[in-house]
Write a protein that binds this ligand. Structure first.
Ligand code: GRF
Length: 219
């Protein structure tokens, strides 16, 4: 089966993009990272992508009068490059419903909480202040509402008594780097089916492949 052609969207560091690129170096990985796109010409992740032989492309939102014009340019570029799936990975621009609907079921996002809890920003501070014992991270299909859409994979991370937002973010990031390649692999291998708001995994070998539980020694 031909590898799914993927563009990863970043705005700065790009560590999740790096985890996807590294996973895609495996000959059996069913997706190919064709392009890394950034709205920010200074995004640190662009250097890593270029060094790994991946086409990088900057579409700076400040060059466009409207969000619609910015997104029209993105779609024009993606379609000319034959992109089949978008992975948002720390892309800090909100996307309009028109764009999301145009690419419906072809955009994934990673969010550093166990959705539907803690959508939006300042997620780690809010998780700690909530008193919850566990948080985590989620890869989901994108819908027009922010941080909304059918959930593909999640990892659970305990919130420790002494946690700061930075310490918690670092432990969650380690899990992000596991679940994003996992989710992309399931999607690209066509082992996920969307049923309403649920994603069913059709992997006979690993029916629980999309769940990562905490290591007991962390708890
Ligand atoms: C990650 O925590 C991701 O979940 C969130 O933004 C952060 C991006 O980090 N959406 P990086 O650029 O992938 O290192």
């Amino acid at each position: 089966m031909a590898k799914l052609k993927v563009a990863v969207f970043i705005s700065s560091r790009g560590s999740n993009m790096q985890s996807l690129v590294r996973a895609s170096h495996d000959a059996d990985f069913p997706a190919e990272i064709v392009s890394v796109l950034s709205n920010n010409p200074e995004a640190a992740g662009l250097k890593f992508a270029a060094e790994n032989g991946i086409a990088t492309h900057v579409i700076d939102h400040r060059d466009f009068e409207t969000r619609a014009d910015f997104e029209a340019e993105i779609t024009r570029y993606l379609e000319s490059a034959g992109i089949e799936l978008i992975c948002l990975a720390g892309f800090m621009r909100l996307l309009t419903a028109d764009f999301v609907n145009h690419w419906r079921d072809r955009i994934l996002n990673i969010h550093p909480s166990l959705l539907p809890a803690f959508k939006g920003l300042h997620v780690h501070e809010r998780a700690i202040e909530s008193g919850a014992r566990f948080t985590g991270c989620t890869v989901h299909y994108v819908r027009p509402e922010m941080d909304d859409g059918p959930i593909i994979a999640q990892a659970v991370v305990p919130i420790l008594q002494e946690d700061t937002a930075d310490a918690l973010a670092a432990r969650i990031l380690e899990q992000e780097h596991l679940i994003y390649p996992l989710a992309l692999k399931l999607v690209a291998a066509r082992q996920v089916k969307i049923h309403g708001n649920r994603v069913l995994i059709e992997n006979p070998d690993e029916p629980r492949a999309a769940m990562i539980y905490p290591h007991t020694e962390e708890a």
